[in-house]
Design a protein around this ligand. Sequence first.
Ligand SMILES: Nc1ncnc2c1ncn2[C@@H]1O[C@H](COP(=O)(O)OP(=O)(O)OP(=O)(O)O)[C@@H](O)[C@H]1O
Ligand SMILES: [Mg+2]
Length: 505
Amino acid sequence: MGSHRSGGATLFALSARQVTKRFPGVLANDRVDFDLLPGEVHTLLGENGAGKSTLASVLCGLYKPDEGAVLRNGTQVRLTSPRHGLQNGIAMVHQHFRLVDRFTVAENVVLGHRKLPFRLRANDLEDQVGQVAERFGLPLDPRAVVGELSAGQRQRVEIVKALYHGAEILLLDEPTALLAPPEVEKLFETVRAMTQAGKSVVFVSHKLGEVVDISDRVTVMRDGRVTGSVARGEADTRKLAELMVGRDIDLSPRRSRGEAKGTLLSLSNVGLTKDGVDHIAQVSFDVRAGEIVGVAGVSGNGQRELAEIVAGLIAPTSGEVSINGERVNGVGTRNVRKAGLAYVPEDRLGTGLAPSLSIVDNLVLTRDRGFLVDRKSAHAEAEAFIAQLEIKTPNALTATRKLSGGNSQKVLLAREIFAAGNNSRVLVVCSPTRGLDVGAVEAVHKLLDEARSAGKAILLISEDLDEVLTLADKILVLYRGSVVHEAMGDQVDVEAVGLAMAGLS
Ligand SMILES: Nc1ncnc2c1ncn2[C@@H]1O[C@H](COP(=O)(O)OP(=O)(O)OP(=O)(O)O)[C@@H](O)[C@H]1O
Ligand SMILES: [Mg+2]
């Protein structure tokens, strides 16, 4: 990490000085100071809704600050658009990509470059794009059609696009959110290649674990303000967690304290075969009242199918699923709910919330028609959840589409796990804390622990091994649709679990 000095003062590649940005009813950035050194990876860390994306958007020219200034190499720049930002060497890769699906990679990369010196032939263009991609270790086929690419590949297109247009400063907003672990490693290599080429990177994240690895410095935001800035070496996860949430965080293991009681959920020899392929094979286990059974595994090893079978969405091709002794093979969401099951799917946006409805209305959405909804108590309940889960929202009547991703997830969890009128005794939760920040993770873990103490039978399916290890009384490892390893939560051999997840046991 280098810093350019002139006249004894450090010259920053990019700075925010007392930046304030308001949205109706929200102070998203409150007098924020931020400095990025040349050649540095500087992480912007903070909980959902802390103001990270807003600051990055100000720095790249998408938003104009209400007050304060953006400085480029010590000189104030008044950016009027992202294009203007790019002319100043600043580019942002957004949380949600902005590519044209039917265009090729090369076309997307060059798009928006109005002043091409001459009309390039497609071949030359593809060569140039390929060269940029290769130089920064971003494997991409310039001729591929973007609509057919994975999330990781699309992200590479966005990065190559920024580099192709001469970006010296790259703002990556939650770049790892959609990536599988090996893709994250690849992205980190690219980030290193960029800083070695003298470029600077702002890395926006709410995941503590990964930022310690990649950052030269971490600046933490909370409620629109900067709460601290920590250099590499001084940044340990505990300290960062405190800066993020303003209090001590407890993510130590939580296990059942009492005896588990009778079996509420039972799978016996469950299999799912499609087109001659076994997606699930011979899976048998029980979940008892007052117990959390955790299913660990690398994503794509049958977790989704297993969850959907238990939730009654798809019927197994062999074996039996029963809730409280009642056979529920493929009976559908409504009936399985009646049998006592609550389900938090992995794909929360598609299935979970009605985005135009308020938090209060979403909480009562799945209640039985016969259940007379008392709005006053529903409102009070919503407010209790907002406080308990630290849901950032102007109030309980706010439409959930206005909440940040992590905060809407908390609303769904609150409804499925705890809402009054929810008499489910069996809970199936898939990656319940994916996308949540540490404070929220702690809150959700506490809630799941309470649900267990209240006698619910919980099946926790999560790609996050730490989460499974933290909560589960019993751990199953799913590999290619089969349970290949089983252990009690307090006697886990973590290495053995890791090997099993990789199919090496
Ligand atoms: N375009 C907008 N209109 C209204 N409010 C907004 C807008 N963008 C952000 N906000 C609000 O400003 C606050 C900060 O949001 P921001 O998106 O910067 O948070 P974040 O730290 O990026 O969170 P996350 O981790 O969930 O992405 C939030 O309360 C959010 O609801
Ligand atoms: Mg954001």
